[in-house]
Design a protein around this ligand. Structure first.
Ligand code: OGA
Ligand code: NI
Length: 370
């Protein structure tokens, strides 16, 4: 979009929201019954399907029970055999018996709520869009790239090395809860790195040896209740640009994934974690594992809390080129993507903003942009 009076006006209104430093929550606190015009989305970005039968219980993201996977070889093989088709067709799966106590999950969601609902002075001090900051609080996502206001606030925490977490850098109100969660997710991530390697027929430590499976960022989202949920969106349609996302959501609902050309509700199941492949996983698996688009619609109920933990490359590898894993290529599975570094990818992804055209096709050797 080139500059125009309309765009200038829009950017001005977005900046006004940013300048309050109190998020969408701050707007809701002021007691509004209608959402500000800037949040209104074109209806086609919110509406679902003509065919509501898609949301039948038969159409649910596969649930994988990890119980005993590490003690009983046949259970492990079973889990690997469930993960493979889930990532090939859905791009998503849910896990139960993942080893993280429900109390750790609930504490993270509760303290996320407490962070976003504490007196404004306390959260304002973290408000920033400075990407060099490891801990920051901001509203409505990447609003300047996406150029649309979205109905959510986020606390973002970056980790260089999850074995040396500096708890002091996190807001006090959720410090312990974030630390506990990240320690546990770290163990789960190591398990997933092995199971996904095996699901591709590679040796268990393949992804670990590529050093591409490291926890880098945790986003603690807060979606305030919305007085006009049919008019705006919590998070726009997007795919995650990373390797993998481990997502914890509360019981409010609103997450939808684009499956078989339809938007499908991901009904919350208590105690489960959702896992989804990101664009870089699709790239290094040469299209075998899919990075599927998803979004979050708003509701009058709420607030809704979720925590998205992004797995990708540690800082030292972010400018190193990665391409499809050689062992996966054959005359039946020819190379599809060129090598790219994480930094090159994320720069291109960010330049498009959410809800744009997909970023991944740009890296195909045939170089089609669709
Ligand atoms: C994300 C995301 C979904 C959610 O942060 O990329 O898709 O439920 N979040 O908050
Ligand atoms: Ni996402």
């Amino acid at each position: 979009m080139s500059t125009s009076p309309e765009l200038d006006q829009m950017m001005k209104e977005l900046k006004e929201i940013d300048d309050t430093k109190v998020g969408v929550r701050g707007l809701v606190d002021s007691g509004l019954s209608k959402i500000p015009k800037i949040f209104i989305c074109p209806p086609e970005k919110i509406t679902k399907n003509n065919d509501d039968t898609i949301n039948s219980p038969l159409q649910q993201v596969p649930i994988i029970n990890l119980e005993g996977f590490n003690q009983i070889p046949s259970r492990r093989a079973e889990n690997v055999g469930e993960i493979r088709p889930a990532l090939e067709t859905w791009g998503f799966f849910q896990i139960v018996n993942h080893g993280i106590p429900t109390s750790v999950l609930n504490n993270l969601l509760r303290s996320t709520r407490e962070f976003h609902e504490q007196p404004k002075e306390m959260r304002m001090e973290f408000y920033s869009r400075d990407n060099t900051k490891k801990v920051k609080y901001y509203s409505t996502g990447d609003l300047y790239q996406t150029k649309t206001a979205q109905w959510r606030d986020t606390l973002s925490c970056d980790f260089d090395d999850t074995t040396k977490i500096d708890l002091e850098s996190f807001p006090e109100i959720c410090r312990k809860e974030i630390g506990d969660y990240i320690n546990r997710v770290n163990e789960l991530n190591n398990v997933l790195s092995e199971l996904l390697s095996e699901a591709l027929g590679l040796s268990s430590n393949h992804f670990a040896s590529l050093e591409c499976f490291e926890i880098q960022r945790l986003l603690c989202h807060y979606y305030p209740p919305c007085p006009e949920p049919d008019l705006t969106i919590g998070i726009m349609k997007h795919s995650d640009p990373y390797i993998l996302t481990i997502l914890l959501q509360d019981n409010i609902g609103g997450l939808q994934i684009f499956h078989k050309n339809q938007w499908l509700d991901v009904t919350p199941v208590e105690g489960t974690l959702l896992v989804n492949g990101g664009d870089l996983l699709q790239l290094i698996t040469n299209d075998k594992f899919k990075s599927v688009e998803h979004r979050v619609v708003t509701t009058k109920a709420g607030p809704r809390m979720s925590a998205a933990c992004f797995i990708y490359l540690s800082k030292k590898n972010q400018s190193k080129p990665y391409g499809p894993v050689k062992e996966l290529l054959s005359y039946k599975n020819l190379l599809i993507y060129r090598e790219t570094s994480f930094l090159e990818y994320i720069l291109y992804f960010a330049s498009k903003g959410l809800d744009g055209v997909k970023a991944l096709p740009h890296f195909r050797l045939t170089n089609s942009d669709n």
